[in-house]
Design a protein around this ligand. Structure first.
Ligand code: CTP
Length: 397
């Protein structure tokens, strides 16, 4: 149920730290790749060797422990699909709530864009203390998730709330956070984004103004709904959304190859990329001198990726974009039919309301029943949610 998901298991210094071994084992058994990060105090309760053996991956204990990765909090923060803190002490919760970065684990929590799941363990009075509860509220308001401690015998000899939740409940919570139950849960979604670059010589290329924002917003929204998202993107200046597998390409032909290899497994395909329709016919290694440059640049067509997918889509849902500078509806309609799409998102390629490179866009949706829906200009993150809502209606019941 966590197949292929990358989980950072953050362990802090509680007597319950020994239970992290069982939790790591169960996460691995559920299919997750687990990297354990131990605070200095956690290392007093459980050895890094134990967790390294169970996870079959290096264990990270301090900022500068790995010469290959001088900033492990940054690389791990980007690597993780989920940060699971179990057991989490009152101190770690307090430091995270304050935005501290005084050890590797706190820095990782501050830096990550992945969902964060807390499984606290501490003495009842520490858990019930209004300071701890305020910290929990603060983190909750930032979108953090919790597996609340259970009641029972505590290591301090008392009985009450504060025991680390059962490992199987933590694994279930991790799975629910990554794949919230619902129609998108576990769906394989393939999204293309950004421009392509078509090189002419070693330093020059043809491209377009696409920023990749629409495709990345769609990928983030689909992942947040629990889909397994693969994002094939041209060169853009955006970080991959948490939980999304990014395949970076440069040219249209590379995008074509990457998309075709991902296509068989995909159930929903959304082509938001602005693929260059042509590439220079001849590529010249090195830098072409001014006097060598031909007076005209000869171009040859690139493969039309979406057209090809439309021919073999079978039961898949195929969504395309249409960049038009004149007739939005008729241009979009023609492309939807030609490429055999279930839905097309038509938008303006130029002018004041151009979607290219912009933070917001207005779009026109056209479906296979030729229904036309105008969506007013709004941020691409919101637009992504509306497009996914329409795609969801196409799911077979
Ligand atoms: N597309 C593609 N491969 C291409 C060109 C476009 O997969 N070589 C996809 C785009 O990702 C988009 C849709 O096809 O989802 C339409 O792209 P667009 O550029 O609007 O249309 P074109 O088919 O290129 O037609 P034209 O440039 O003549 O408007």
């Amino acid at each position: 149920m966590l197949s292929g998901r990358r989980v950072v298991l953050g362990v802090s210094g509680s007597i319950a730290a020994y239970k992290a071994a069982d939790l790591a084992r169960r996460l691995v058994r559920a299919g997750a790749e687990v990297t354990a990060v131990l605070t200095e105090n956690a290392c007093r309760f459980i050895t890094p060797l134990t967790l390294r053996t169970l996870t079959q991956r290096p264990v990270v204990t301090e900022f500068f422990s790995d010469p290959q990765s001088p900033v492990p909090h940054i690389s791990l923060a980007q690597w993780a699909d989920l940060i699971c803190l179990a057991p989490a002490t009152a101190d770690l919760i307090a430091r995270a709530a304050q935005g501290r970065a005084d050890d590797l684990l706190a820095a990782l929590i501050l830096d990550t864009r992945a969902p964060v799941l807390w499984a606290p363990a501490m003495n009842t009075r520490m858990w019930e203390n209004s300071l701890t509860q305020e910290n929990v509220q603060k983190l909750t308001s930032l979108g953090h998730h919790w597996v609340h401690p259970a009641s029972g015998d505590l290591a301090c000899g008392e009985t009450g709330k504060g025991r680390l939740a059962e490992a199987e409940d933590i694994v279930q919570a991790a799975s629910d956070v990554l794949s919230p139950p619902g129609p998108w849960s576990g769906q394989a979604v393939l999204i293309t984004a950004g421009p392509t670059r078509e090189p002419w010589d070693a330093i020059r290329y043809l491209s377009n103004r696409s920023s990749g924002k629409m495709g990345f917003a769609l990928a983030a929204a689909a992942a947040a709904r629990g889909a397994r998202v693969t994002l094939v993107s041209g060169p853009v200046d955006l970080a991959p959304p948490p939980g999304v597998r990014l395949v970076s390409i440069t040219t249209a032909r590379e995008m074509h190859a990457a998309v075709l290899s991902e296509f068989p497994d995909a159930q929903v395909i959304i082509a938001a990329a602005a693929v260059a329709d042509f590439r220079p016919a001849h590529y010249r290694d090195g830098k072409m001198k001014k006097q060598e440059a031909p007076p005209t640049l000869e171009l040859v067509p690139n493969p039309d990726i979406l057209l090809e997918l439309g021919k073999k889509k079978e039961g898949r849902i195929l969504v395309g974009f249409a960049a038009e500078d004149q007739e939005l509806v008729s241009g979009g309609r023609a492309k939807r039919e030609k490429k055999n799409l279930d839905l097309i998102v038509a938008n303006r390629a130029n002018g004041a309301d151009s979607a290219f490179g912009a933070e917001a866009a207005a779009v026109t949706l056209i479906d296979a029943q030729d229904r036309v829906e105008e969506i007013p200009r709004q941020p691409k993150e919101q637009l992504a949610g509306i497009i996914l809502d329409r795609v969801e209606k196409l799911f077979k019941t």
